[in-house]
Design a protein around this ligand. Structure first.
Ligand SMILES: NC(=O)c1ccc[n+]([C@@H]2O[C@H](COP(=O)([O-])OP(=O)(O)OC[C@H]3O[C@@H](n4cnc5c(N)ncnc54)[C@H](OP(=O)(O)O)[C@@H]3O)[C@@H](O)[C@H]2O)c1
Length: 245
């Protein structure tokens, strides 16, 4: 994919991976607009305010003895990678918000542009999933489910748009040292190295179906490689850190 001389909108581009990619596209000579709620945290790029709607919690239990501080986190954590305790019914509001932002938000953003791109018979849509969408990390169950959902949706979208001139690419990051990952996972990839690898893969092929950096490959291909059960078992161990376990 040519990343120069393009017009690019990155929703979720006001921080982290999105903002880093935005700068790479801009440095290559593209016109870039980044979207998100906190547009004031972006300097040197055009911004647009985008706020994925978060539903009201659906009848959460008034109180529960197992309620953890995480399940009472404020709205602005939503859309990130959050842990949940599935033995605590209070997790449902977190689950609903995660699906609303990560899955429905993605679908809504794509819908806003699909007709236009198809009419132009040109353009590239890039979704962002995660290695966790292919290999669960059970401490983040709904986050993983949302990413598995975006993966499946991306595959269907590509089939729908075949022959239209609009390509669909899925970016599948591993843990990247950003958005709290650097504290949770000491092996998280430094952001700049990750972006270098992404841009290298993106520009190597006119319309790659998937961008899977080396560190993401064991997660992406665990089922094929016969390592799924062993990896899932290992990735389930941190459940012991939940209160009361
Ligand atoms: N970091 C990792 O280890 C990792 C691993 C695998 C996959 N990913 C995926 O990569 C993507 C970027 O992650 P990141 O690490 O760069 O996280 P980040 O720094 O927290 O960036 C998240 C972006 O999403 C926007 N956003 C969040 N909630 C929103 C809402 N309700 N409405 C509109 N925009 C919203 C944020 O903008 P505002 O705050 O301005 O609203 C921000 O621009 C995410 O899809 C994440 O799931 C990350």
């Amino acid at each position: 994919m040519d990343i120069s001389g393009r017009t690019v909108l990155i929703v979720g581009g006001t921080s982290g991976i999105g903002r880093g990619l935005a700068r790479r596209f801009a440095d290559a000579g593209s016109t870039v607009v980044v979207g998100g709620r906190n547009t004031e945290q972006v300097e040197g790029l055009e911004t647009v305010r985008v706020d994925a709607p978060i539903p009201n919690p659906s009848s959460p239990p008034a109180t529960t003895s197992r309620e953890t501080p995480r399940s009472r986190r404020p709205r602005d954590d939503v859309g990130r990678m959050l842990t949940e305790d599935l033995r605590d019914p209070a997790h449902i509001s977190q689950a609903e918000a995660t699906i609303a932002v990560n899955l429905l938000g993605t679908i809504r953003v794509i819908d806003a542009f699909t007709r236009h791109l198809v009419d132009r018979a040109a353009g590239d849509i890039i979704t962002v999933t995660s290695g966790i969408g292919f290999m669960p990390f059970p401490l983040m169950p709904t986050y993983g489910a949302s990413k598995a959902g975006v993966h499946s949706y991306t595959e269907s979208l590509r089939a729908h748009l075949t022959g239209t001139g609009v390509s669909v690419t899925e970016l599948i990051p591993p843990a990247v040292a950003n958005a709290g990952q650097e504290k949770l996972n000491p092996n998280a990839l430094p952001l700049d190295g990750f972006l270098d690898e992404v841009v290298g893969l993106l520009t190597r092929d006119p319309s790659p179906n998937e961008i899977v950096v080396e560190r993401a490959q064991p997660l992406r291909w665990a089922e094929r490689d016969g390592t799924y059960a062993e990896l899932l078992d290992r990735r389930s161990q941190p459940l012991n850190t939940l209160p009361g376990r």
